[in-house]
Design a protein around this ligand. Sequence first.
Ligand SMILES: Cc1cc2nc3c(=O)[nH]c(=O)nc-3n(C[C@H](O)[C@H](O)[C@H](O)COP(=O)(O)OP(=O)(O)OC[C@H]3O[C@@H](n4cnc5c(N)ncnc54)[C@H](O)[C@@H]3O)c2cc1C
Length: 414
Amino acid sequence: MNFDDTPQEAALRRRAQDWIAANAPHELREELQNAPLFSLELKSVDSMTAARAWQRKKAEAGWACAHWPSAYGGRDASRLERVIWDQEEGVYARLSQPFSIGVGMTGPTLMAYASEIQKRTLLPKLVNGEEVWCQLFSEPGAGSDVAGLSTRAVREGDGWRVHGQKVWTSWAHEAAWGLLFARTDPTAPKHKGLTMFFIDMRQPGVSVKPIRMMNDKRVFNEVFFDGAWVPDTQRLGEVGGGWQVSITTLMNERLGSGVPTGFEQLFQLCLRLEGDNGPLVDDPAVRSNLARWAATASGLRHTLNRALTSLSRGETPGPENSVGKLATASTLINITQYAMDLLGEQGQLSAAANEHGGGWFQAMALRSPALRIEAGSDEILRNIIAERVLGLPGDIRVDKNVPFDAIPTRGRPG
Ligand SMILES: Cc1cc2nc3c(=O)[nH]c(=O)nc-3n(C[C@H](O)[C@H](O)[C@H](O)COP(=O)(O)OP(=O)(O)OC[C@H]3O[C@@H](n4cnc5c(N)ncnc54)[C@H](O)[C@@H]3O)c2cc1C
């Protein structure tokens, strides 16, 4: 593997750096830098206004989705170019969070399954931040086993009537559109009775109720469908072919994992924090932990580089992304807990009240556990690695080829 840029990649990197230097909202840099990961709550400006402005600016200059076809708001660039942009965007990427599901998951799904006119109408508005998208897959009774979902779409004239409930739907409170995974035939085996649609989120039969996370942020929601309407023209793929469509969406979700480990923040903390015998970074016990996590962080960087190498060859990264996401989540959690221990009672204070910036770790202690669940839980990723990398036997699936409405549910809605 050669991790150096080719001359073309180096030139592109310089172009990206120059454009960011000239156009990024530098007045927000410090606030974005100090904000905990996965959080977009700016105090100096309205967060959504700032997010939309940055997204629009990027779209106008062709950076927002450079790897998409120009007819759909992109610039016909390679996926590797996209990766170089992601590496250079740095802290400003945090402004893109409301659009991440649209750009990363629902956009590629529309690209593969929507009609030409739908793609030309919807995708540019997604790229420039005009319309936020959400992903309506998980339900109270279906998460890892998403094929067990029970939200029903029932045929009515030239469309479908939708009843049911989704949960953990990120950004539904801002969304104009949702990618809806629904059951259209409960008498078919569970993977075969599913159909994918995209649905107008701003209609009377859709209600969105924010869920407050334990870090007091409101990023995801419950979504209730009470007779909401989807025209059949907004069906993606065949009736009963939703499982195939969902694989396109989820493959793109797994491609997106490149989350920091918190090592850099821990190292900076150990430089600042004084122990009994000077800065903690000089303490042998602390140094030993730092060395261990430096090695992990470096291993993760190279794992990501393997995925990038596949991309540069035009291939789709395989299970290495599962390894990366699995190890990153636990490393971030372990580093956060260690930093909280080092900080002692200071670790309980928010960033504003804490001279050592320990509030960053406090915020991460409250947010990072969700990383082990979202985009594939640790156990599911381990199953993927076991089955697809190590070739171990798969889970025993007792509901295979059984009609969905004949699967025992122990009182849960079927
Ligand atoms: C921050 C965040 C954002 C999210 N955003 C969205 C979103 O925008 N849209 C959306 O649709 N969903 C979203 N989700 C939901 C997410 O996809 C689900 O939480 C996830 O798939 C797990 O499903 P579950 O919560 O129902 O847990 P379950 O699937 O019920 O799992 C419970 C436990 O059982 C384990 N388990 C389950 N099956 C197996 C198995 N076969 N073998 C071994 N162990 C197993 C799991 O690992 C877990 O520990 C989000 C979740 C989080 C945390």
